[in-house]
Design a protein around this ligand. Structure first.
Ligand SMILES: [Zn+2]
Length: 325
């Protein structure tokens, strides 16, 4: 718990995880331990469209008080089956989501969709093994899990309470999406699309056709500063593609549970565009990476939560990418 972020290998630097290593253990251990397998407290979920439920992720870094529940996760209920879209940040987080499903539907949980490799989105997977679902992800997800999974487990073992972490494991997809896939839930279809490298190299979007609800995963952040673990330019390109979709609403990976489309993209577009513009200017002026990363994007500072946790990392990633343009 004394590690400083700069000592952490790049593979640990993920959405909203690492700086919590600096934080003391805030939470009483009693919170999680009060929940036994038979008495899991169901997650609070909002029905953002008929049959579409979202658990709001708290705007924080993973720590002992939140069981990893920092990302927006949820599920879609059809006439025949249920699909989970991101399983949460720990076994306990996933178990709570599962309990929320069981409060609303006895139907089989047929699919668990992972929108990308980050642990706050996939570390609840093991809580659904008992349902024997098809686990689905981007075609790059198995490779990303192989490269990072062990590190993520080690890091989150330290960040989470023992009760939340217990049972947490890497669950590989049993089906990958090369380009596009359609899942039938009975009376409604989900369209899954594998995206080029943007937030990460394993970003998958999920569209619930019947309600026009687009689950963006971490291709969209609001309030919580976007985090670049892929390609800055690629992300802006993917946002242009997403902006052209005619959907009613989006469920971002971090931010409010439902946002109007496409205007929800604007704050993030502004931040990423400013960051890229600042970096290009500084690279042209011959500034060093250290100089550039301490200045780039700073004009956006007051608009975002967790800015100081992630902006320097974003600027560093952007500098490395843009200096070779
Ligand atoms: Zn992420």
């Amino acid at each position: 718990m004394t590690m400083r972020p700069r000592l952490i290998p790049a593979a640990f630097m993920i959405c909203a995880v690492t700086s919590a290593l600096l934080l003391p253990a805030l939470a009483p251990a009693t919170r999680a331990s009060a929940e036994t397998a038979d008495s899991i407290k169901p997650a609070d979920v909002a029905e953002v469209a008929p049959g579409v439920f979202v658990r709001h992720g708290t705007h924080a870094l993973i720590d002992r008080s939140n069981a990893g529940g920092i990302a927006n996760i949820g599920f879609v209920i059809g006439k025949d089956a249920v699909a989970v879209i991101d399983s949460g940040g720990s076994f306990l987080d996933g178990a709570r989501l599962r309990a929320a499903i069981r409060q609303r539907s006895p139907l089989p949980i047929r699919y668990v969709i992972n929108t990308h490799v980050h642990p706050d989105h996939i570390f609840g997977n093991a809580a659904f093994l008992q349902d024997n679902p098809v686990f689905i992800g981007h075609y790059n997800l198995p490779r990303a899990l192989q490269a990072r999974g062990r590190h993520y487990l080690d890091a989150n073992r330290l960040l989470l309470s023992a009760d939340a972490f217990e049972g947490t494991d890497i669950v590989y997809p049993s089906q990958v999406v090369e380009k596009e896939a359609t899942l039938k839930l009975g009376g409604r279809r989900l369209i899954l699309e594998a995206r080029p490298t943007a937030h990460t190299d394993s970003d998958l979007t999920v569209l619930d056709e019947s309600t026009g609800t687009l689950w963006t995963g971490d291709l969209l952040f609001q309030k919580h500063l976007p985090v670049i673990d892929g390609r800055l330019k690629g992300w802006l390109d993917v946002m242009d593609k997403l902006a052209a979709l005619r959907v009613a609403r989006a469920v971002p990976g971090h931010g409010p549970v439902s946002l109007p489309w496409p205007e929800a993209l604007e704050p993030q577009r502004l931040y990423l565009t400013r960051l890229a513009g600042d970096l290009r200017g500084m690279i042209a002026e011959g500034k060093t990476m250290r100089q550039a990363t301490s200045l780039a994007g700073q004009s956006e500072r007051d608009k975002w939560l967790l800015f100081d946790d992630f902006n320097t990392r974003n600027a560093t990633a952007g500098f490395a990418e843009l200096e070779w343009e």
